[in-house]
Write a protein that binds this ligand. Structure first.
Ligand code: NAD
Length: 505
């Protein structure tokens, strides 16, 4: 894997028909280390001809791949999970360099994707159809889960390992071919995983990669050969992709932005709860789609706010490669400016700033895009810090008197990605899980991302499309159910009467 040796000199390659090639484009973008501003590589904006070549390669390869036995597809995934495990540390190093998160978190990013590859190894049973014998005299009905054709995936910067691995392994193991468009901000770790996929034995044309921005994405959403588009990213772009690809007859899933709440009951285990809140709000510098944005303190739990702030003050802000770092930099100067601007708006709109991370200084990394842990109290639902996804280490606190008020508040928020409840009462937890209108619920778990035998089930404003990534829903997304109703005549069977009714006899 040449990308591992000297990442200073790297250009992100395209993968077209089994060949890693340098783009011929004149448009390139720097890949920047968010802790130092050093340029660590360059990414091309692929030309229309290159995108066309990638899609055509996938279209040609589908003809034979869809007929490749399930076990052969599965064995490639078995090999891939082995290779990812062996190369985990090197990929994590590159991921931290280009994305900023801590090394431990980078390994977590890869690990969560690796688990999807492991699940793809069970496709033999996951992709089975159904069979009903004797639905009429001599008639059987059964279903086939058939691959769709060429599928496309468009991924965000915040999980450059996990999210590409949500997509291409499941699509390919189901018998589809794939064109991946990684985030242009941190494509190098994604490309290392793609190299491993090729090394694992994915034949030419089955997996292709193009880099770029809006032009490339729009081409994928509108091309006649693309049958399905998986998108993960911001709400604005996700809505655009959903509409454009939908208008062009594609099957689409768009996993988008979030504003995740945790409700804290006064009977909760205080230390466990506060530790969980701090980790979920500030880990990965708040750049997780499942990061905690709003703590809803119910009743007397409002008395814990002081201790929550004290715990957040202990977090160490530093480059992701440094030992004991809790909060790394945010992805870009632009992202930092936006987070700071939103914090300013919170102050101007009257929220109480209990902890201010705007002016944090990190010795040795003075140019890094750092924002320290920031906490606001007395936040109201009309403030920008409540309404907008901040995607930085900023926690808003709202105090309410009852569980019912907390549920009403959370259900009124348009997003529906994740929510948590901290309590020691089973009855309270049961009421909450039943009444809350959010797709992923954690009970004493602050970031309830389901493991890959389930599916990612964000809902409402955080998702467009019915089926989520990975798990059984991904198998449904990447396959078309075909229903066969069949009757076989005995050669000796006598001709019956003409039947003009709809029913089978
Ligand atoms: P983004 O929307 O800016 O970019 C996502 C992808 O879209 C990238 O590949 C990018 O190149 C492409 N893109 C950007 N602008 C485009 C345009 N105008 N037209 C077409 N394509 C375009 O998102 P991001 O900043 O990379 O990622 C952060 C966002 O992703 C956050 O909102 C976060 O909540 C969300 N996210 C959601 C989930 C989820 O499962 N719901 C998971 C991870 C991240």
């Amino acid at each position: 894997m040449n990308t591992m040796t000297n990442i200073q000199t790297i250009t992100a390659k395209l993968l077209i028909n089994g060949q890693f090639v340098e783009s011929t484009t004149s448009e390139w973008q720097d890949i920047i280390n968010p802790a130092t501003q050093e340029v660590v590589g360059r990414v091309p904006m692929a030309t229309p001809d290159e995108v066309e070549a990638a899609i055509n390669a996938a279209q040609d390869a589908f003809k034979s791949w869809r007929l490749t036995p399930i076990q052969a597809r599965m064995r490639i995934m078995l090999k891939l999970q082995d290779l990812i495990r062996d190369n985990m540390k090197e990929i994590a190093h590159v991921l931290t360099t280009e994305q900023g998160k801590t090394l431990a978190d980078a390994e977590g990013d890869i690990q969560r994707g690796l688990e999807v590859v492991e699940h793809a190894c069970s496709i033999g049973t996951l992709q089975m159809g159904e069979y009903a014998e004797g639905v009429a005299r001599g008639v059987d009905t059964y279903t086939l889960q058939q691959p769709l054709g060429v599928c496309a995936g468009i991924t965000p910067f915040n999980f450059p390992a996990m999210i590409p691995l949500w997509m291409f392994p499941m699509a390919i193991v189901c018998g589809n071919t794939f064109v991946l468009k990684p985030s242009e901000q941190d494509p190098l770790s994604t490309m290392m995983l793609v190299e491993l996929a090729v090394q694992a034995g994915i034949p030419a044309g089955i997996l292709n990669v193009v880099h770029g921005g809006k032009d490339v994405v729009d081409r994928l959403c509108t091309h006649q050969y693309i049958k399905a588009v998986s998108f993960v990213g911001s709400t604005a772009v996700g809505t655009h992709v959903y509409n454009l690809a939908g208008q062009h007859g594609k099957r689409v899933q768009s996993m988008m932005g979030a504003k995740n709440h945790v409700a804290v009951m006064p009977d909760a285990n205080k230390e466990q709860t506060l530790n969980a809140l701090v980790g979920a709000a500030f880990g990965a510098a708040g750049q997780r789609c499942m990061a905690l944005s709003v703590a809803v303190m119910v009743g007397e739990s409002k008395n814990w706010i002081h201790d929550l702030v004290e715990k957040a003050k202990m977090l160490s802000v530093n480059a992701g490669h440094e030992p004991n770092t809790d909060i790394g930099p945010v992805i870009s100067k632009r992202a930092k400016a936006r987070v700071v601007e939103l914090i300013n708006s919170g102050v101007e709109e009257g929220a109480e700033l209990l902890l201010d991370g705007r002016d944090v200084e990190v010795k040795g990394y003075e140019n890094g895009n750092f924002v320290g842990a920031t906490i606001f109290n007395h936040v109201s639902t009309d403030m920008r810090i409540y309404k907008e996804e901040i995607f930085g280490p900023v926690l808003s606190i709202i105090c309410v008197d009852t569980l019912e008020e907390a549920i009403e508040l959370i259900n009124a928020n348009p997003f529906g990605n994740g929510v948590g409840l901290f309590t020691q009462s089973g009855a309270t937890a049961r009421t909450f899980q039943n009444m809350i209108d959010i797709g992923q619920v954690g009970i004493n778990i602050p970031i309830p991302v389901p493991v890959p035998f389930f599916s990612f089930t964000g809902s409402r404003g955080s998702k467009l499309g019915d089926l989520g990534p990975y798990g059984k829903q991904a198998v449904q997304f990447y396959t078309q159910t075909k229903t066969i109703t069949s009757r076989w005549f005995e050669d000796t069977q006598e001709a019956g009467e003409v039947n003009t009714t709809i029913s089978l006899r």
